[in-house]
Ligand binder design. Structure first.
Ligand SMILES: [Zn+2]
Ligand SMILES: [Zn+2]
Length: 720
């Protein structure tokens, strides 16, 4: 007897082990027909999988019961489609060797080796898709069969693919006791692939698919190994979903901050400066400065103090804070002091020993080195004092230790609290070059950082203050679709520092603060840092993509590590709590996200150039210059295009540069003291506006930091 518990809690009993498909059929014929796979005790499996023991079973269909698309279904569809694509490509390129083909979040790929140099190109996509359509129309079942490891290895050996042998080897190392294949149809007769599965029941269930792109890759990601071709594709349950996806992809490409950043000359990355290191060009710097001024002004209103700290700090600082050596992997190497380095060189110190001495584990290590034949090599007189550690500096990975030291630099009374220190502080992290991506994954970035040193009883209010700032800034930027995640302790509380009673209060404060935002929020047990709970911000952009920005974190740990205190009403030292907050993460990432959010068309106040004056001819040059001077006097970033081209050509250039307003002026405009206004993204001339009204209107729109076209803008005034 096998007892199957369904998601609604009801139980079905089977006399002998049913397949997942039979469970679906027992619920209803409709479900059996639409089923693609199942989750058995949480594990995703084929419908043909037998369930031998009592289990919780959920049938996977294309849509969940609430109408949302099921990620499990997409996984099954995409993995199955990867097999179909591989078979199709092998039909067209018989010498192709298959390497590895996993499903991804919105697509799938298959890495392949084209051994005779005749590599598939984008011109072949149509042929491949036609071949795939044939396989799908044949509606062949995905049939799993298994072999003991030794037999399976022998089979793979005979087939002669080192890639598949390696895949099998890794499966065995990970604990597989058998090897499994999936035949698309009949084992021994039809195409097959070494595969763990699971799959949809048959090729006919793959609703809609597309071959997307090619990229080059290396076996195991190693440049020294075979160079492979990665073929990307995607699959969806319906044609509509696929089309929607393709549209969004095109829109995402149109908004790509790496492309727009170059086109609009906002930032530059130069190989000679270094990958992942952003050069802010004059135009990009304007955007960043405007954002910093805006955030800075809000911070001043909230009683923050601006501070500046250096880009490096002594290793001891980060050993005290705990950032070194625990996060060593994500930091640039230590910069040793020159004298130390010279002494180490003189004593024949090895690189391994240097690292040990920097890490602060030197005594033991050095003793071992000395004992281990070291004396023969370098001679006893040249052996360094084995207990001596090496001093050095670290490129700052975090601003917090510096700010803690500013707080500690003078005595504080309970009456001065909270102390809020803010800095646009640049930090450096070591990211693998493969992880780098435009402005959003970089090696040096400037956090919109601040640290609040607060009394225990002020935590709730100060967390709330941090969130209200975020709310103002998101609203100003029109980022209204965001949610927050509140990271809490997990039930096993032993790994957390600080008093559990304080944690309870801090967690409650984070929850309460999150609620005040009026946006969706989720509680995530286990997502707290070991030193305190936190709030993360996830913004959805106009095309529905989620961006994780910054956080607000409560911290009981650093004040202990730096022995921070303030004098209480009892005149005794009390321990403050630290709140770290960088709600936008970094200026680099935030600007990258904003470029995509606005598709490069920033609101007037943020745009590098706000107005371009376009004289129709030489005759209007003087009037154009007068307008320019009036705009500049009001602080508007404006230029005049005095070129000899026709005005239509000038308009085209300004439109490409995404200038919010164009002021076209001709002799008649000069006579009537008006300007003909054009707005970005609007084909037609908006109409005429008096000279002074235009200047005042633009200046006002900028000062109020209005979104493009919002009520109160120059553009909106024409709609009335
Ligand atoms: Zn597979
Ligand atoms: Zn911090």
């Amino acid at each position: 007897m096998v007892r199957i518990t369904l998601p609604d809690g009801s139980v079905k009993e089977f006399a002998s082990a049913p397949t997942a498909g039979e469970v679906a059929a027992s619920i209803g014929a409709g479900l059996a027909k639409s089923a693609l796979g199942a989750r058995v005790d949480g594990e995703l499996v084929d419908l043909a999988q037998r369930i031998e023991r009592d289990a919780k079973v959920a049938i996977v269909t294309a849509k969940n019961r609430d109408g949302t698309v099921s990620p499990d279904a997409l996984y099954l569809l995409r993995h199955s489609c990867a097999h179909v694509m591989a078979e199709a490509i092998q039909r067209l390129f018989p010498s192709v060797q298959l390497v590895y083909g996993p499903p991804l979040e919105t697509s799938f790929y298959y890495d392949m080796l084209f051994p005779d140099g005749k590599i598939m190109s984008a011109d072949d996509f149509e042929k491949v898709e036609a071949e795939m359509a044939r396989i799908v129309a044949e509606n062949r079942p995905f049939t799993r069969y298994e072999m003991p490891v030794a037999d399976g290895m022998a089979k793979l050996g005979k087939e002669g693919s080192k890639f598949k042998l390696d895949n099998a080897q890794r499966a065995v190392e990970a604990g597989s006791t058998t090897l499994s294949w999936y035949a698309t149809g009949e084992p021994g007769k039809d195409w097959e692939d070494l595969c763990r599965g699971p799959h949809v029941p048959s090729t006919g269930r793959i609703g809609a698919f597309k071959v997307l792109s090619l990229a080059s890759s290396y076996w195991k990601g190693d440049e020294k190994l075979d160079r492979l071709t990665r073929v990307y594709g995607t699959a969806f349950a319906t044609k509509e979903e696929l089309e929607q996806h393709v549209r969004l992809q095109e829109e995402a490409r149109r908004r790509d901050h790496r492309v727009l950043g170059k086109q609009l000359r906002l930032f530059h990355i130069d190989e000679m400066v270094g990958q992942g290191l952003i050069l802010w060009t004059p135009k990009g710097s304007i955007v960043r400065n405007e954002l910093q001024n805006f955030i800075g002004a809000e911070l001043r209103k909230q009683g923050y103090h601006q501070v500046f700290t250096p880009h490096i700090g002594k290793l001891d600082l980060y050993k005290t804070s705990g950032h070194f050596p625990y996060y060593k992997e994500s930091q640039f190497p230590v910069i040793p002091e020159g004298d130390d380095l010279a002494a180490l060189c003189d004593s024949g110190c090895s690189c391994a020993e240097l690292v040990a001495r920097l890490d602060g584990v030197a005594p033991q290590f050095a003793r071992e080195l000395n004992e281990r034949a070291g004396r023969e090599v370098i001679g006893p007189e040249r052996v360094m004092d084995p207990n001596r550690l090496v001093n050095g500096f670290l490129l700052k990975p975090m601003n917090c230790p510096h700010h803690a030291k500013i707080f500690a630099s003078e005595p504080h009374s309970y009456r001065d609290m909270p102390v809020r220190l803010a800095e646009f502080g640049t930090v450096y992290r070591w990211e693998q070059s493969g992880e780098l991506n435009g402005m959003t994954r970089v090696r040096g970035f400037t956090q919109d950082d601040a640290h609040l040193f607060v009394r225990e009883d002020q935590v709730a209010e100060e967390v709330l203050g941090c969130l209200s700032l975020v709310k103002i800034i998101f609203a100003t930027l029109g980022m209204n679709d965001y949610r927050v995640r509140v990271g809490l302790r997990d039930p096993d509380g032993s790994k957390y520092v600080g008093d559990p009673a304080n944690w309870d209060k801090a967690e409650q404060a984070c929850r309460d603060a999150a609620k005040t935002l009026g946006v969706p929020f989720s509680e995530e047990p286990g997502e707290a840092a070991f030193y305190g709970p936190k709030i993360d911000f996830v913004v959805k952009d106009v095309i529905g993509r989620s961006w994780q920005l910054g956080t607000v974190q409560v911290d009981y740990n650093l004040p202990i590590r730096f022995d921070l205190s303030y004098a209480g009403p009892d005149n005794r030292p009390h321990r403050p709590v630290m709140i770290h907050r960088a709600p936008f993460g970094s200026m680099e990432r935030f600007c990258g996200v904003l470029i995509e959010h606005f598709a490069g068309a920033f609101p007037c106040w943020l745009n590098p150039e706000q107005v371009r004056v376009l004289p129709i001819s030489e005759k209007s040059a003087a009037y154009a210059d007068e307008l320019l001077a009036a705009l500049k006097a009001r602080g508007v970033r404006a230029t005049v295009d005095h070129g000899n081209e026709r005005v239509q050509a000038k308009i085209k250039v300004a439109a490409e540069e995404k200038i919010p307003y164009m002021a076209v002026v001709g002799p008649r405009d000069a006579e009537n003291r008006v300007v003909s206004v054009r707005a970005r993204g609007v084909e037609a001339n908006l109409g005429e506006m008096p000279f002074d009204a235009f200047v005042a209107g633009v200046a006002d729109e900028i000062e109020r930091r209005l979104l493009s076209g919002a009520p109160g803008t120059v553009q909106a005034s024409f709609g009335k």
